[in-house]
Design a protein around this ligand. Structure first.
Ligand SMILES: C[S@@+](CC[C@H](N)C(=O)[O-])C[C@H]1O[C@@H](n2cnc3c(N)ncnc32)[C@H](O)[C@@H]1O
Length: 237
């Protein structure tokens, strides 16, 4: 498993506020949740709480779940709240049911096996009220494998320069999986530190996701295409 959310959690938090547009992402979810009268929500893969901060500020009844305590520690500090719980999305179990469940940041990419996907979707279904809203994004397999290029990023955060060199390698052992090898070079004042990280991610075709959703009793309302990603808006039927 990657170290990006444990040993490198602070680096993730510093980098991704410059990579993702969390305001735009929040506005998308906010409009959708309001349109569907959803007030109490579960965010899965909430990470360091960048969306949590916005949900809480806008007075949603919010609970964030993530696998890594290091990410949740940052989220708690960022939001000054304890609306977070450590857990694995493949093993969801709540006493309450939510109006909406969101898996954000394409976090389901870390669930690489079919049974893990089915466990996740069945758990989401159990966690939702009847007709509850389920929104999640995936990396689309054609988009990923058509442009399977190495890439490099340079992010400046306060007095830190974070350079990430990424190399991709086909894996294909449990679906459209690939290995992401990343070297992080962090320069702060005159000190340079380097870390190597590797993780396996899964991309999906649209039809694979439609079948997973059908097998777990979801009705699809809308599919949005954006670059190499697909967003599914579904409801518990
Ligand atoms: C790309 S990050 C997205 C974080 C956050 N949504 C954001 O947009 O910044 C993926 C997140 O998924 C979490 N994650 C990975 N596998 C998980 C699992 N099995 N259950 C719950 N969370 C998981 C990671 O810890 C990480 O915080």
């Amino acid at each position: 498993m990657t170290q990006l959310y444990s040993k490198l959690a602070t680096i993730y938090h510093e980098m991704y506020q410059h990579i993702f547009d969390y305001d735009q992402e929040f506005n998308f979810y906010d409009a959708l949740l309001k349109r569907n009268n959803c007030q109490n929500i579960l965010e899965i893969g909430c990470g360091s709480g960048m969306l949590a901060r916005r949900f809480l500020k806008n007075e949603y009844d919010y609970l964030g779940l993530d696998l890594f305590n290091e990410m949740l520690d940052i989220a708690r500090k960022e939001t000054n709240s304890d609306s977070f719980i450590q857990g694995d999305m493949r093993n969801l179990s709540f006493e309450e049911q939510f109006d909406a469940v969101l898996i954000t940041g394409r976090s389901i990419a870390y669930v690489t096996e079919n049974l893990g996907i089915l466990d996740t979707l069945n758990g989401v279904s159990r966690s939702l009220k009847p007709k509850g809203l389920f929104v999640f994004g995936v990396f689309e397999a054609n988009g990923i494998f058509d442009n399977f290029d190495d890439f490099e990023q340079l992010i400046e955060h306060e007095n830190k320069k974070i350079r990430r060199i990424s190399k991709l390698q086909k894996n294909l052992s449990t679906g459209w999986t690939y290995d992401w090898h990343a070297r992080y070079i962090i320069e702060q004042d005159v000190k340079i530190s380097e870390y190597d990280d590797v993780t396996t991610l899964r991309a999906f075709t649209k039809d694979e996701i439609l079948l997973f959703l059908k097998l777990t009793g979801f009705k699809i309302n809308e599919i949005l295409v954006e670059g190499k990603a697909l967003t599914f808006i579904a409801e518990k039927s």
